[in-house]
Write a protein that binds this ligand. Sequence first.
Ligand code: PGA
Length: 244
Amino acid sequence: MKKIIVGNWKMNPPSVEEAVSLARAVAEHVKHPMFNKNVEVVLAPPFIFLYKVYETLYGGKVKLAGQDVFWEKAGAYTGEVSPAQLKNLGAAYVIVGHSERRALGETDEIVGRKLTAVLEAGMTPILCVGEPADVRERGMEAAKEFVGKQLEVIEHKVFEGIIAYEPVWAIGTGNNATPGDAAEMITLIKSLVTSYRLPIPVLYGGSVTSGNAGDFLNREEIDGLLVGGGSLNAEEFGEICRGA
Ligand code: PGA
């Protein structure tokens, strides 16, 4: 199966010029004749850079994602961005429920509404789930129970999207889950959620670098990576993508 590698730029880089040059450099890696055709590369820039990055990537293979979205279609929602607006700027995917959004107060109910809105707009949601450190300290079974609960936002257990397993304690910390633990959790996720186009892709995220990407990508249970810090340098991100 195809591996999917998503670069989540978060609130970086500081200027549109840097966003364009990062996107251009990533596109160069993906265009290389030796680049693995079975890897789908997706970039998630901040909203304000989406259009320029879309123009930069136009006609190439790199896809675009929104980092978040609002659930309403239009109206008086100052500061929000609708699914249709994201689609119009070229986004094929939308990250929903990232732990950094949840830390700012996003509840499972909001996550559920966003998933529905993204699917209705004809884009693919990338739903993020993962347990915090205090839960993981209680063991793998506690972590599985926590993630299982987060997946209850998916109605009838059928989901036409992508899931990213990102243990909160592994995000931006330099501590990653072992490939074995990540694969175990991903196998559980795949047993809890199905789709009409089985099997559902489940990615791993959390302190992925060029040094450990191959260890995750070599596991057949793991369908790709969600990369934060490692996606802000085109050389490093290119190396991560080549690990597949
Ligand atoms: P990180 O972030 O790779 O910097 O740990 C991953 C993410 O939050 O998506």
